[in-house]
Ligand binder design. Sequence first.
Ligand code: SAM
Ligand code: 2KA
Ligand code: SF4
Ligand code: MG
Length: 208
Amino acid sequence: MSYSVKEMFVTLQGEGAQAGRRALFVRFSGCNLWTGRERHRATADCRFCDTDFVGTDGLNGGRYDCAELVANMVGLWGEGESRFAVMTGGEPLLQIDAPLLKAVRDAGFEIAVETNGTIAAPDGIDWICVSPKAGTRIVQRSGNELKLVWPQNGIDPDGLLDWRFDHFLIQPMDCVEGDAARAAAIDFVMANPRWRLSLQTHKLLGLP
Ligand SMILES: C[S@@+](CC[C@H](N)C(=O)[O-])C[C@H]1O[C@@H](n2cnc3c(N)ncnc32)[C@H](O)[C@@H]1O
Ligand SMILES: Nc1nc2[nH]cc(C(=O)O)c2c(=O)[nH]1
Ligand code: SF4
Ligand SMILES: [Mg+2]
């Protein structure tokens, strides 16, 4: 099996309950909810994506077999303990499989995944973040954090609280109406205290 990776970089996890932690991001190419082409955005199942996940031309991107990918990850992390990999995309669960998870774990990484929840997560992931998109069928209804980008028409947040997650997070949508989205997210959390605000802190800090 070979894996298509858009880019890999070490930064701080910017979002969610693990925000602030040093993390190696592995961004897999491709998504099942959008082609990644701007001309398809208006008709895609997910229309607010802030990410370029097309191709393999980013920093440390490429097509790798399992051993090559893990060797690159180990090299990029460098010295130091607490190896922590965030697998994202694109939609990482289109590509992640048991052999890769085993090899990454054997290399000493704790493994987090950012997923849109439309594909069931395999065993062997330490931290599952599901971010549901309106109008899609979510099959992954358990995990560590549920991170809802807000506002989104067509999703009832109350209906998500029955799902088995440790953290329920509201993240303002980064878009042209970003100020209004932040205000709506704050209002939402003030009125619904089971939810917490997640900010994209890497953007505030100028980090990737
Ligand atoms: C680019 S996605 C990749 C992982 C996966 N496809 C998903 O959607 O969860 C990573 C995270 O960024 C969030 N995100 C994408 N576009 C965003 C935007 N415009 N504003 C805020 N968060 C956004 C997603 O909801 C997801 O939690
Ligand atoms: N610093 C940083 N934190 C992040 N957390 C989730 C991200 C993602 O794109 O999946 C992301 C990202 O792109 N950068
Ligand atoms: S599901 Fe994730 S990667 Fe795919 S288009 Fe939406 S936010 Fe972007
Ligand atoms: Mg991002």
